[in-house]
Unconditional design. Structure first.
Ligand SMILES: [Zn+2]
Length: 138
């Protein structure tokens, strides 16, 4: 648990402290740390829960929304990685460009070979069709 207690002390449920959804009181949206990896909004009608992923509290209303209907007892002790693998977009590195160009060259080579094969078949067919007609009579 590397999130500092000082940080946790000042964090509040973003839904309950801002805009028209701000709750009444001097200090609305207080959060309780649960299982070391969840911040649970203490407002009775909120129910939002914010995961701490890789020691970083994900204080997004959309994230809290996902867990409104999940009881605290059913929260996973490990909320998962900060960035979901499916959302991961790799940043191209110079070495990747080399690899992709190599793949492109291989694709072009395969197309070239296919074209040569196609032309060969075409020529063979023409030769067969245009062969001297007397040879078929023989
Ligand atoms: Zn809240």
């Amino acid at each position: 648990m590397a999130v500092s207690p000082d940080l946790l002390e000042i964090l509040r449920c973003p839904y309950c402290v801002s805009g028209p959804t701000r709750k009444a009181g001097d200090d609305p949206g207080r959060l309780e740390l649960v299982k070391g990896t969840w911040l649970v909004c203490q407002e009775p009608d909120c129910g939002r829960k914010y995961p701490i992923k890789e020691d970083i509290p994900v204080m997004l209303i959309e994230e809290g929304d996902k867990w409104i209907d999940t009881p605290v007892s059913e929260l996973a002790a490990d909320p998962g990685p900060l960035v979901e693998p499916t959302e991961y977009v790799p940043v191209p590195r110079p070495s990747d460009f080399g690899t992709s160009r190599q793949g492109y060259d291989r694709q072009r080579l395969a197309l070239l070979l296919l074209s040569i094969l196609g032309v060969s078949i075409l020529i063979a067919g023409l030769v067969y069709l245009l062969r001297p007609s007397d040879s078929s009579d023989a």
